[in-house]
Design a binder for this molecule. Structure first.
Ligand code: NI
Length: 226
């Protein structure tokens, strides 16, 4: 499921982050990928060890904690500390698949990447190119969102970022292990959750809403790993 999550960060939050990011020291993005990824990755990243990366990452995590659609869609269990990247001067990232298991900052903890997330930190008119292309069974989807908006997609998808041929594209990206591993099951839960919310907002009969809410939670109980 490829889903647009609007308004994760306010324009003020984006501007604040961009001010410090634009003056930051960046390193070669190939430092965080294996040999296969290194062949196709041409971008910059905030260094893994940088205090700034950790500070900015906690702003992103805090913002997501308050976003109902993000939670309903992703059902997050563990989140890898967000990273930040920058594409400019023809920088691009060719087709690749994200690693299945990733190590967190604490030595022995791992997460399984179920959901990949890109949070755009540049406005679309600041750069040309830089589309995120996600390939799934329905074909290729081209994504370029306003600053402060995010896209979530299954980590099992092939994807790439096209070359940035004008300006610069900054973004945050991270991976989530979901309570519900299967993308199709997550989609069903989101659709059910959305329908229940709409029925409640439209003043539908309470007993049926209660019954559907029970179905939601009993499906989640069946599918959730914690
Ligand atoms: Ni990727």
């Amino acid at each position: 499921m490829l889903l647009h999550i609007p308004d994760v960060l306010s324009k003020e939050q984006v501007a604040g982050m961009r001010r410090v990011m634009d003056g930051a020291e960046w390193t070669d993005g190939r430092q965080t990928v294996g040999p296969q990824g290194a062949k196709v990755k041409r971008n910059l990243q905030l260094p893994e060890s940088s205090v700034l990366r950790q500070e900015l990452g906690s702003i992103v995590v805090a913002a997501l904690a308050h976003h109902p659609l993000y939670h309903a869609a992703v059902l997050p269990l563990r989140t890898l500390s967000p990273r930040f990247n920058r594409y400019e001067g023809g920088g691009e990232y060719g087709f690749h698949i994200d690693g299945a298991v990733m190590t967190t900052g604490d030595a022995d903890t791992h997460i399984r990447s179920d959901v990949s997330c890109t949070l755009f930190l540049s406005e679309p008119d600041e750069y040309d190119g830089g589309e995120l292309i996600v390939s799934d069974t329905y074909g290729e989807h081209e994504v370029k969102l306003p600053a402060g908006d995010a896209i979530v997609y299954p980590s099992s998808s092939l994807h790439r970022v096209t070359a940035v041929i004008r300006g610069a594209r900054s973004a945050s990206f991270f991976w989530v292990q979901s309570m519900v591993r299967d993308d199709g099951a997550r989609r069903l839960l989101l659709e059910l959750d959305t329908a229940i919310r709409n029925l409640s907002a439209n003043g539908a009969e309470q007993a049926s809403i209660l019954q559907l809410t029970g179905v939601y939670h009993n499906l989640l109980r069946r599918w959730a790993e914690t």
